[in-house]
Design a protein around this ligand. Structure first.
Ligand code: SF4
Ligand code: SF4
Length: 376
């Protein structure tokens, strides 16, 4: 049933309370079930012959696979390993929560987690300008294309400003990222990843710059393990743009702003990338007020996928991260992943009074700094 590794981790976590204070979901709900320990206990009960039930299946989806628990664990255990496998078994046993099932069906049918798949006209027009073959492919991801086009547009304008020759696919394939988080590394996930890998290969791109941190993580980590990685170099958008500044191809003006940074867990913890966003900010802004939980200690605000099937929980986790940002006193909260931008904007829209920092993606902020310089 579960892998030996998953059982081993669950059997250790079920006796342990040590990371309960870092789970962004547990911190907001205050429920025992939202701790890695309780989830480990559920897995070890299954090992001992208890069948998974609907409510325990639900508990495995009250987790954002953010890795905060693993990062805090002094003994190196990773609860997301058994949580992902539990999801595989929940799906196989027909115990998926209804909302999860709805999102899963969409991703399997269309490759996209959203019901509405239309991208705004301004973005379609910009994408149409970049249909000619180029050595660099920009992969935007569904969240940027459908929900946060301002971030996609800002990044594309920055690349144009730096005279980077790049192409964007008219229609991007599903990468398997959502399936991997919803039902684990099952056949459907690997098939979608393999099809995506082939399509990326067919573009002939030497470099692929990825905007969405969830897509960057799966392309860089899981694709090589699943033997479907394209030969192209995979780069995150933040690291690529930081390099453009370093090479003198973008010239931002100092904006004299006070900002704080939300590190996306898949970038900061899984890909160990924390500095490019700060390098971009240092080149264009005066002061970074770090949150208490920054870099690899970051607290997940929720992903767009989590918000699609658990909107109330995502609202709570988004508000949790906004509280961290407010405590810094910074005027702007800067984010580097479209999925974080989407959840944090949703959390701000639901605040009773608008007392927190403005939320801005790193590329819109840099574009402003570059355009200000051009206006001098
Ligand atoms: S991940 Fe580590 S700290 Fe957290 S419950 Fe498991 S063993 Fe304990
Ligand atoms: S991966 Fe994140 S959300 Fe899931 S149990 Fe660990 S800390 Fe909580």
């Amino acid at each position: 049933m579960y892998s030996e590794k998953a059982y081993h981790i669950a059997d250790n976590c079920r006796f342990c309370w040590m990371c309960r204070h870092v789970c962004p979901v547990g911190l907001k709900t205050g429920k025992e079930i939202n701790t890695p320990r309780a989830k480990g206990l559920l897995v070890s009960m299954e090992k001992r012959g208890f069948e998974m039930e609907k409510d325990s299946a639900e508990a495995f989806y009250e987790c954002m696979l953010c890795g905060s628990c693993s990062n805090d664990c002094a003994t190196g255990f990773e609860p997301p390993v058994f949580i992902r496998e539990a999801r595989t078994w929940a799906a196989a046993a027909g115990l998926l929560p209804e909302a999860v099932e709805r999102v899963l069906d969409r991703v399997l049918d269309t490759g996209v987690m959203y019901e509405e798949c239309e991208e705004p006209k301004a973005l379609s027009e910009k994408i149409n300008e970049h249909q000619k073959k180029a050595k660099l492919l920009l992969l935007l991801g569904a969240t940027a294309r459908i929900r946060r086009p301002e971030m996609a547009l800002a990044l594309m304008r920055l690349l144009e400003e730096a005279e980077v020759d790049f192409m964007v696919l008219e229609k991007e394939p599903g990468t398997g990222s959502e399936l991997y988080d919803l039902i684990g590394a099952v056949e459907e996930t690997r098939e979608q990843a393999a099809a995506c890998g082939r399509q990326l290969c067919d573009t002939g791109a030497e470099k692929i710059v990825v905007l969405d941190s969830y897509l960057a993580e799966i392309l860089k980590h899981e694709y090589p393990l699943w033997d479907c990685a394209p030969e192209s170099e995979i780069l995150t958008a933040t690291s690529f743009v930081a390099r453009l500044i370093d090479e003198g191809r973008l010239h931002p003006e100092a904006l004299s702003l006070s900002v704080t940074v939300h590190d996306s867990p898949r970038l900061a913890r899984d890909l160990k990338e924390t500095e490019p966003v700060r390098d971009i900010l240092k080149a264009s802004v005066c002061e970074i007020k770090e949150m208490f939980l920054n870099r690899e200690l970051t607290r997940c605000c929720g992903s767009s996928l989590f918000a699609e099937y658990a909107p109330k929980l995502a609202l709570l986790t988004g508000q949790g991260r906004l509280e961290d940002a407010k405590r810094t006193g910074a005027g702007i909260l800067v984010v580097e992943c479209p999925q974080a931008l989407d959840v944090l904007k949703m959390a701000t829209d639901n605040e009773e009074k608008d007392t927190g920092p403005d939320i801005l993606d790193i590329f819109s902020l840099l574009l402003k700094a570059v355009q200000e310089n051009g206006n001098d």
